[in-house]
Design a protein around this ligand. Structure first.
Ligand SMILES: *Cc1c(COP(=O)(O)O)cnc(C)c1O
Length: 400
């Protein structure tokens, strides 16, 4: 793949009429090495955050050996890219055929569940033709925990309530080689206390069920950096998780797992968009709610932005964006801070889009077939280099 020094070089060379994704392999590799070296257990990549095969190879080469997959399509894709990787099927509601294919064809042994029905489905789908039940399953019971410290809740849909966890843990114990408890504190958890609180609930579940637990999986939720969302250092998260994991009533050989999605790939990508029209402080750009900017539209996520023209005035103004489709909902409130004289024909780089950015693209209205290029400069922010939003930064990213 052709590589460029930075976004301005891409604009100079291509003046792209369609939105362009810029990938930074060095940034993804840095995040992966950080987790591989410093997370006090096994870090598995949550593939849904960005299922790019290129990215998955980069993470593998940088030391990430376990992958959290949520569908049979993700199982097949990761298995094809990484024949040696350990795949964990961590979606608590799966189809029987997906479980069967994952187990018998792709070597998947690890599954999550939050009901007795799902347990029965897993046991049935992994029983062989001779009627022998699998003896090598790792089963993780998903516990419902609070999402109150996170930007995106994952508390409503999955997870057994603490009050109902004991019988499920006891029954699951009967059917597995290794028993785990997993949870998800919600995406972009802004304080390590989210994990401390969830691990307290794990402690209560273990005490109530009186079962031997072999794996504690703290899920995803590890943050990245955005203009309004500047979390504590990742080391603080790891230290708190380690301390509270060690204090659980589990055996010395019990394993700690985590499932970072966002934190491993947010810094990987940015996007170049072109301003097609300006109406007051609304900019009509060529990507949006149905493209890589789903979260900007649907949950008002403020991604950092930089104007790519050299001759613009520096005083900034607050802008909102309209995407390219014909739908009013294709609107991103922002505010995005850009030079006040920006106009049609100008290019903008939108940063920190490696997680839940490219992964969300649709082809609605015929848009969304973005080209990807490699660039060599640093992402707008980095949790791993310590580049944080600051008003003094000459990137016009956070003046609020
Ligand atoms: C989405 C998801 C993750 C990744 O979450 P992030 O907030 O991106 O870290 C991990 N585990 C499960 C089960 C998920 O659904």
């Amino acid at each position: 793949m052709h590589s460029y020094p930075d976004a301005k070089a891409v604009v100079r060379a291509l003046s792209p009429d369609e939105a362009v994704i810029l990938n930074r392999p060095h940034a993804a590799a840095r995040a992966a090495r950080f987790f591989a070296e410093k997370f006090p257990g096994t870090a598995m990549y949550a593939v849904k955050a960005n299922p790019s095969p290129d990215l998955i190879r980069i993470l593998w080469d940088a030391g990430i050996t376990h992958y959290d997959v949520a569908s049979i399509a993700e199982v097949r894709m990761v298995r094809e890219v990484l024949p040696e990787a350990k795949l964990c099927f961590m979606h608590p509601v799966k189809t029987s055929s997906a479980i069967r294919e994952a187990y018998f064809t792709h070597g998947v042994r690890t599954f999550s569940l939050d009901t007795l029905e799902e347990l029965a489905k897993i046991v049935d789908a992994t029983t062989n033709e001779a009627g022998e039940a699998a003896s090598d399953l790792q089963l993780l019971v998903r516990l419902r925990v609070s999402s109150e410290h996170s930007e995106l809740s994952l508390a409503a849909k999955f997870g057994v309530d603490l009050a109902d966890a004991a019988p499920l843990l006891q029954e699951t114990r009967q059917h597995c080689d290794a028993l785990g408890i997993c949870f998800h504190v919600g995406s972009q958890a802004m304080t390590p206390f989210a994990y401390v609180q969830a691990l307290e609930r794990v402690r209560a579940a273990i005490a109530e069920a009186a079962v031997t637990v072999d794996i504690v999986d703290v899920g995803g939720g590890f943050p990245s950096v955005y203009p309004d969302l500047d979390p504590p250092a990742m080391e603080d998260y790891f230290a708190q998780i380690h301390r509270h994991f060690e204090a659980l009533p589990i055996s010395y050989s019990a394993e700690l797992w985590g499932e970072p999605g966002r934190a491993l790939c947010a810094e990987y990508s940015s996007l170049i968009v072109k301003v097609e029209k300006r109406r007051g402080n609304e900019l009509y750009i060529n990507d949006g709610a149905y493209g890589a900017l789903f979260d900007a539209a649907h949950v008002d996520w403020r991604f950092p932005v930089v104007a790519l023209e050299d001759d613009l005035l520096q005083p900034v103004a607050e802008f909102s964006f309209y995407g390219p489709t014909c739908d009013d909902a294709d609107y991103m409130k922002g505010p995005f801070l850009l030079p006040e004289d920006i106009q049609a024909g100008d290019f903008i780089e939108i940063g920190m889009l490696g997680a839940y950015g490219a992964a969300m693209q649709t082809r609605f209205n015929g848009f969304g077939a973005t080209q990807g290029y490699v660039v060599e400069n640093e992402p707008m922010f980095s949790l791993y280099r310590g580049d944080r939003p600051t008003p003094a930064s000459d990137n016009v990213v956070s003046l609020r």
